[in-house]
Write a protein that binds this ligand. Structure first.
Ligand code: MSP
Length: 518
């Protein structure tokens, strides 16, 4: 059977900044989606990469007295190392300085031009160099860039233009006819309003610097970085050759770059006669302890350091659980530690270690058997409490969980799983296995511990996209050899798959409690 394909992307990151929590956030979110879809049986293509051209990179390199490509090489190494450290499962990493990318961009340019959508004109407007964005007089705020509030400069130069205005109505129609195309809803409305104000033709070349892809037949011009950068999504899947993975199912980006993805990108694609991506999702921004994150304030959160101090899954979990995806959030170490302790150390970690300790103690480290009919309401040994937990897991990990994952409501999906974890911990208190042991009620005790162990096994599948390393470890401690990464979940999560007699192997605590800021 042909596997269903799923193509998901991160933005490609600029190489004139070092990786911080913002980059990690987008990339971890895409990793969660990619791993989830893979568990669901999709053939997933997960693309990330680096955006290396442009005036900013040219200038940073000049200041450092190195070539732009040397600067890019260094920063790309840092990104790649970080992705490895964060257990990012990308299938490809595209650099805009690669041949395959440049060829694709040139081809897209020529195609758009052959449609009559590129012409030579003169450009004059306000330009924000740090954001590489032109602004109209009206858009400026207090004569500064409306995005970063830094000073803008007046630029006038010959420039090629893309006839974006031609696509205004078609784009509006597409957005209206495809309610999921731009998400979340509030961001969609911003885009619709922006388009309604009128789309101007877009300047797509520059003569003021040279670090970029030269315009075919007019090499004084290099292409505007966004024309260059956006094309990465096509280049990586083989454009202009056959592209089985196109259109992309999902572009996840930050809200600051939505306009480029939801207006420029679709109009380029329309002009080239290519299908549009299915969904563009813009997530919110993190502030740090209530302040905007910035190098000058010195409050930039370094993901590398977070992993070293607290662990990779603790960091991944917090980012996905802390704030509803799509909204802005505040990063505070105090809240991070509180959540790590309550949800991971006391919640999930405790459930695992208590369950495995009791299996060690009462059943010689082997998964106990399930006596006949333990989940029948009339079971003579009385297992209503265990039945209740089993029903909860079936309810909470069914359609609702999938719905939340498909809508990218990660924190809601996690809440569903935590309902189960909390109930499982309560089930231990309610059934008091230590009393059952003392009273010699082994049959009943085996139902309780089987139910807890099976709950943990199933939970591991649902949390795997978020915390892959720890969930592999849970399965290993439960004595299961198969790796989650190679499994499809729909079959595996059926209740009762955990085999009686499996030898468990308890390890050290998965999520040690953090007592104070280390
Ligand atoms: N190169 C462009 C993207 C081109 S895609 C064709 C770019 N690069 S970037 O290096 O600036 O990366 C931006 C990504 O990091 C965006 O998704 C942005 O939203 C995210 N973040 C940067 N700072 C952030 C926060 N403080 N919080 C959350 N995400 C933020 O834009």
């Amino acid at each position: 059977m042909l596997q269903r394909r799923f193509y998901v992307t991160t933005p490609i990151y600029y190489v004139n900044d070092i990786p911080h929590i913002g980059h990690a956030y987008t990339t971890i979110a895409v990793d969660v989606v990619a791993r989830y879809k893979k568990l669901k049986g999709y053939d997933v293509l997960f693309l990330t990469g680096s955006d290396e051209h442009g005036q900013k990179v040219e200038e940073s390199a000049r200041k450092m007295q190195i070539k732009p490509i040397e600067l890019a090489d260094r920063v790309v190494d840092r990104f790649k190392n970080l992705w490895e450290k964060l257990d990012i499962s990308n299938s490809d990493f595209i650099r805009t300085t690669e041949r395959r990318h440049k060829d694709a961009v040139i081809c897209l340019w020529n195609t758009v031009k052959s449609k009559g959508d590129i012409y030579l004109g003169t450009y004059e407007d306000w330009y924000c160099k740090p954001c590489e964005t032109f602004w109209t007089e009206k858009q400026l705020i207090e004569e500064s860039c409306p995005d970063c509030r830094r000073p803008v400069e007046r630029l006038k130069e010959p420039s090629y233009f893309f006839r974006m205005s031609r696509y205004q109505e078609r784009l509006l129609r597409h957005i209206n006819e495809n309610p999921d195309f731009i998400q979340p809803e509030s961001k969609k409305n911003e885009i619709i309003n922006f388009i309604r104000e009128g789309l101007r033709d877009l300047s797509v070349s520059r003569t003021s610097f040279s670090w970029g892809i030269p315009v075919p037949d007019d090499p004084k011009h290099v292409m505007y970085v966004w024309f260059d950068a956006l094309t990465n999504y096509l280049a990586a899947v083989g454009y202009p050759d056959e592209m089985p993975y196109w259109p992309a199912n999902l572009h996840i980006i930050g809200k600051d770059i939505l306009r480029f993805h939801a207006i420029y990108w679709p109009t380029f694609l329309m002009s080239a006669g290519l299908p549009l991506p299915q969904k563009i999702f813009a997530h919110g921004w993190w502030t740090v302890e209530g302040q905007k994150m910035s190098k000058s304030i010195g409050n930039v959160i370094d993901p590398d350091e977070m992993v070293n101090r607290f662990g990779v899954d603790q960091f991944r979990y917090f980012l996905m659980r802390g704030v509803p995806f799509g909204q802005d959030g505040d990063f505070s170490i105090k809240v991070f530690i509180e959540r790590t302790n309550s949800d991971l150390a006391n919640g999930l970690g405790n459930l695992l270690s208590r369950t495995l300790s009791m299996i060690e103690k009462y059943f010689e480290g082997k998964i106990p058997s399930l006596p006949n009919g333990p989940y029948d309401p009339g079971c003579p040994i009385g297992t209503q409490r265990e039945m209740q937990l089993k029903s909860l897991i079936e309810e909470n990990t069914g359609a609702d969980f999938d719905h939340f994952m498909d809508k990218l409501q990660f924190s809601n999906a996690l809440l569903k799983v935590w309902d189960v974890i909390d109930d499982a911990n309560r089930c231990i208190e309610d059934t008091a296995p230590w009393v059952l042991w003392k009273e010699g009620k082994t049959e009943k005790l085996s139902v309780t511990l089987y139910t807890l162990a099976e709950t943990l096994r199933i939970i591991a599948y649902f949390l795997y996209p978020f915390m892959p390393r720890s969930m592999e470890e849970i399965l290993r401690q439960l004595g299961i050899e198969k790796r989650l990464a190679d499994t499809q979940m729909d079959e595996a999560i059926r209740w009762g798959r955990l085999e009686e007699g499996t030898k468990i192997s308890k390890g050290s605590p998965l999520f040690p409690k953090v007592d104070r800021i280390p």
